[in-house]
Design a protein around this ligand. Structure first.
Ligand code: HEM
Length: 504
């Protein structure tokens, strides 16, 4: 058979297979009775089209889809999205140790990090090893490290101020959180805070690589190819490689280099005053089975911890500062409150002092409510099915709910749900709001960096508001529109602010 005939036979076979799949999805699939756009139920191409070709944030469109189709929407042949906030607590309940969905969690191309383990048991084993370095007590003992990075952030901003430039707060906050997570986990920070204009190569590479994630999430074949084939070959065979591949590989390489710095010179760890992932993961005594995982596991854990820990905190700071700067009255009240525990700029307060400030705490909670988190954190319903939000869902279905849909539910937060109003946290009878604040998710796979995150948030908010007179430099609400790329990607001009040193 000639190559052309072979090609035509292949094409015919693919067309037949595609047709057969659409028929199955529409008429025989266990989820066929769930409502949603017809095309979404028929083919996963609908979601790919929205997320990759149109570059949309599906979570935003889902508000409209839930209004049209009800509280459960079929957004892919085997995936349901829930719109009722109660469903969040059903899916991410501590008793539900469901697998993570490979469709989403294989996207980063690593398999053995806390964030990407599909099975609860694997995640639990690793969590037991790492939890001691992320416990509340461990973080309290290391708050000086966070303060040190916040002070470095302030001094880099002050230096930039001398040249009369406003600050790119997205990259400034990401530099602060990247240095902090690197210092905690690797004991070796990249000094992103000292990079000119906060544009460290790792910051730029991590940001640019976000754009590749929707492609990798929606096209498993592409991603398997990209991760399996050596970079040089990928560059030749992938049409969009020039834009996508170098950044992805750059991030991996840079993190690998950081690991190597420590692995090749273990004595570096002697000067680190705290336990890092190296101390924990390479200690056989930390494991029930008393054996340590291989180097790939160490790399995967480092890689995912950096992604899980850096952008999330920075994006919360970004949203919080954007909204707070738009309310000068709030900024002034926060400054007043801070002065009570931080009267002279020469002596910083303690984390405990900050935690006792009601308005600061409320502002952080409200910032966490505004976190740009639109990804549906999909889980696989176990065989036999489960009841979610009062409905029976067949086993094998991927189910999830974007945090955005809990945080923007008017039913929970009231008609002013879209207003940034920290005061809501201070009003009487609003204690139950905490139940609906779920930025770190809930249940057995809930974030275990929560204590570090809160410490970073308190210390950075306090530093920025106490040390600087802040004002937005030309950023518009359109600039702040983000695209869901598993993490948030800001395609327009980043939030820029004037940060003039405050009088002591
Ligand atoms: C404001 C900051 C943060 C937010 C909003 C946040 C949010 C989340 C969410 C929603 C999850 C659940 C994801 C899922 O279900 O797949 C998660 C998991 C995780 N987070 Fe965070 N996170 C933050 C900071 C951090 C930090 C600082 C670390 C530091 C190491 C961290 C490490 C992790 C890890 C390792 C997991 C995976 C846990 C598991 O699957 O068992 N996070 N985070």
């Amino acid at each position: 058979m000639s190559p052309m005939s072979l090609f035509l036979v292949g094409l015919a076979f693919a067309a037949f297979w595609g047709f057969f799949q659409v028929l199955y999805n529409v008429f025989f699939h266990p989820l066929r009775k769930f409502p949603g756009p017809w095309l979404a139920g028929a083919t996963s191409g609908w979601k790919a089209y929205k997320e990759v070709i149109k570059g949309e944030t599906l979570a935003q469109e889902l508000f409209d889809l839930h209004r049209r189709y009800g509280e459960i929407v079929r957004i892919s042949p085997n995936e349901l999205h829930f719109g009722n906030p109660n469903a969040f607590h059903d899916i991410y309940h501590s008793s539900r140790r469901w697998d993570k969905d490979p469709g989403l969690y294989r996207t980063p191309g690593v398999k053995s990090g806390s964030f990407v383990f599909l099975k609860y048991d694997q995640a639990k084993e690793r969590r037991e090893v790492l939890l001691p370095i992320f416990s509340k007590k461990a973080i309290q003992n290391l708050e000086h490290l966070v303060w040190r990075n916040a002070t470095r952030l302030a001094s880099s901003i002050t230096k930039a101020n001398v040249t009369q430039s406003s600050i790119d707060l997205l990259f400034a906050f990401r530099s602060y959180t990247l240095d902090t997570i690197m210092c905690f986990t690797f004991g070796n920070c990249v000094n992103a805070l000292e990079a000119p204009e906060f544009r460290d190569p790792l910051i730029l590479a991590m940001d640019a690589s976000l754009r590749a994630l929707p492609v990798l999430k929606n096209f498993p074949l592409v991603r398997n190819l990209i991760y399996a084939v050596p970079p040089g070959l990928v560059m030749r065979i992938l049409p969009d490689a020039k834009r996508l591949a170098p950044r992805l590989y750059q991030v991996r390489d840079l993190i690998q280099q950081q690991l190597q710095v420590v692995l090749q010179c273990p004595s570096k760890l002697d000067s680190v005053s705290h336990q890092t992932i190296f101390h924990r993961m390479l200690d056989p005594q930390a494991y029930r089975r008393k054996s340590v995982p291989n180097m790939t596991s160490l790399h995967d854990e480092g890689f995912t911890l950096i992604f899980a820990g850096a952008n999330t905190v920075a994006d919360t700071l970004l949203m919080g500062h954007w909204h707070t700067m738009r309310r000068p009255d709030l900024l002034a009240q926060l400054r007043q409150e801070l002065v009570t525990v931080w009267p002279s700029l020469d002596t910083e307060p303690t984390l405990k002092d900050l935690e006792a400030l009601p308005l600061l705490t409320a502002t952080i909670k409200e910032s966490l409510r505004f976190i740009p988190s639109g990804v549906s954190l999909t889980r696989v319903v176990p065989p036999g099915g489960a009841v979610i939000s009062g409905k029976h869902i067949p086993g094998g279905a991927a189910v999830g709910m974007a945090i955005l849909h809990v945080h923007q539910s008017a039913e929970v937060w009231g008609d002013d749900v879209l207003d940034f109003r920290p005061e809501r946290w201070l009003e009487d009878g609003k204690k139950d709001l905490d139940h609906w604040l779920v930025p770190f998710s809930r249940g057995p796979r809930m974030c275990f960096g929560i204590n570090l995150a809160w410490a970073e948030l308190y210390i950075a908010f306090a530093t920025m508001i106490r040390r600087f007179d802040l004002a937005i430099d030309g950023t518009t609400p359109e600039d702040m529109e983000w695209r869901e790329c598993i993490a948030a990607y800001y395609p327009r001009r980043h939030l820029h602010a004037w940060c003039h040193p405050a009088q002591s």
